[in-house]
Design a binder for this molecule. Structure first.
Ligand code: HEM
Length: 143
């Protein structure tokens, strides 16, 4: 039970929590975009979105990065690995997507969202595609 194994386990736990939020938040936006502005339903969505982001997604993203970089520090040779370089590029895209959703939480809270429920249904697929590519890279290590 090397420390590396414990940190790897904590890394995977954190990424699962982060992914859960990245899948769920755009789904809330789909229904929020269909609800009447100022309605009780819309106010409930605002609360759910803010809590999901602040209580789950932000800490899980930070923990994913912290434990991931810790693994790299413990095993610097990994930096040369093509699969991990490609994975890191996709994870940076995932992080940009996270901040895009955080901006959307603020826009919905201010009643300024202009995007339709169809737009958020399409955007909901982005983290799925990124996650599939990331898992294939880090498990199969194709290059
Ligand atoms: C947030 C920044 C991230 C960094 C810096 C990072 C870094 C790392 C590193 C250095 C390893 C060890 C690689 C190895 O032992 O081959 C690793 C393993 C892993 N990472 Fe990440 N990662 C990040 C995000 C993610 C994300 C978003 C996911 C999933 C969607 C993910 C899933 C995994 C999995 C499943 C493993 C275990 C692979 C294995 O043991 O075979 N990581 N990560």
């Amino acid at each position: 039970m090397s420390p590396y194994q414990w940190i790897l386990a904590l890394h995977v736990i954190a990424t699962i929590a982060w992914m859960a939020g990245l899948f769920y938040l755009p789904r809330l936006f789909v229904y929020h975009a269909m609800s009447a502005p100022g309605s009780e339903q819309s106010e409930t969505f605002k609360l759910m979105e803010r809590r999901l982001l602040r209580v789950i997604m932000d800490p899980a993203m930070i923990a994913s990065w912290l434990f991931g970089l810790w693994l790299l520090a413990l095993n610097p040779a990994l930096r040369e690995q093509g699969y991990l370089q490609a994975k890191t590029a996709l994870v940076v895209l995932m992080t940009v997507y996270h901040f895009y959703l955080a901006r959307a939480v603020r826009l919905f809270a201010a009643g300024k969202n202009t995007r339709s429920h169809v737009y958020w249904r399409v955007m909901n697929e982005v983290p799925t595609l990124l996650m599939i590519a990331i898992i294939i890279l880090v498990i199969v290590k194709p290059f």
